[in-house]
Each structure stands twice: as structure tokens, then as C-alpha cells.
Design a protein around this ligand. Sequence first.
Ligand code: RBF
Length: 166
Amino acid sequence: MATNLKNLSTYKPEQVPDASAMKFGIAVAEWNEEITGALLKAAVDTLKKHKVKDENIFIEWVPGSFELVLGAQYFAEFSDVDAVIVLGCVIQGETRHFDFICQGVTQGITELNMKYNLPFVFGLLTTNDQQQALDRAGGKHGNKGDEAAVTAIRMVGLGNRFRTNQ
Ligand code: RBF
């Protein structure tokens, strides 16, 4: 479904498990910081809304979206988080850089999901222009940070259900 048909901040609260014992890593890109800062704030607020403790939210900034993949892998290798959220914003420019970055991050995050038994949540905005990004970072289409946080909690909950055979 296209985001113009779905508000990124809307979800069904009954689908979100209790997150009071969960730990999350967030890798966030500095490029387009006005946008990524808004994604980060929304993600943190939503995690906290579902009872994630301040001390269980670990935030690391990386230079650009391309670096999100390794930033996320560091969380998996060197911390004990239950899930990693990556937040970035890639805006189409005049060159093909956009395609290469988007493809690199998409493939990298997909591979991390397969390599570790850990959810890596794709909170990357890939837009034609700044306005489309603003619309999805707290504007008329909601905030992708909210969606990423809810997805992370739900995926940790899914893993917990499988592990405990419920
Ligand atoms: N990083 C982003 O997160 N969003 C962008 O829109 C973005 N555009 C870029 C455009 C160009 C021409 C270049 C050279 C880099 C861009 N980057 C962007 C940074 C990229 O993700 C990465 O940090 C650098 O390429 C260094 O590996």
C-alpha cells in the first residue's frame, strides 16, 4: 500500500506486546538531519509509550544512510539488544547515487535479518524530494519513526512467542 493511503503513525495498539523488558538499538543517519532527527524522536517516543525504559534504548549516529548497515551490525555483534531500528532519509538527487544507496541499505538490512536471529527494522525514507520526506517525518502521512518502533516491538514479541512456544 502506498503511504498516501496509509498514515505511518496509525497502528492497532492491541497488536503491540508489552515492551517493558525489551532493549532496542537505533542507528540513525546524519544526512538530512532535520528529517532523521524527527524520525528518531518519534521512534523513541513510541518505544517509551510502550514502556521501553530509557536505559534500554541505545542510539548511535552514523554519517549517512549507507553506514546504517554496519552501524546496525555493530549492535548485533557488540550489544545485547533485542532488535535494531535503522533510521535514514535518502532524497533523489541529480545523479544515480540515490539508487546505489537505497539498494545498498535495502540489501544490507535484508542480509542482517537473515544472518542474525534478530529483527533489523527498515526505517529508511526514500523520496523524490524534501517535501515528501517531511510529509513522512511527522507531516500529513504520519511519521516513519512511529512505524519502525511499532514494527520492532512486534517482531521482538513474535520472536519471544516462538522461543517460548506460545
Ligand atoms: N546519505 C543519506 O542518508 N541520504 C542522502 O540523501 C544522501 N545523499 C548523498 C548524495 C551524494 C551525492 C553522496 C556522495 C552521498 C550521499 N549520502 C546520503 C551519504 C551516503 O549515505 C554515505 O554516507 C556516503 O556516500 C559515504 O559512504
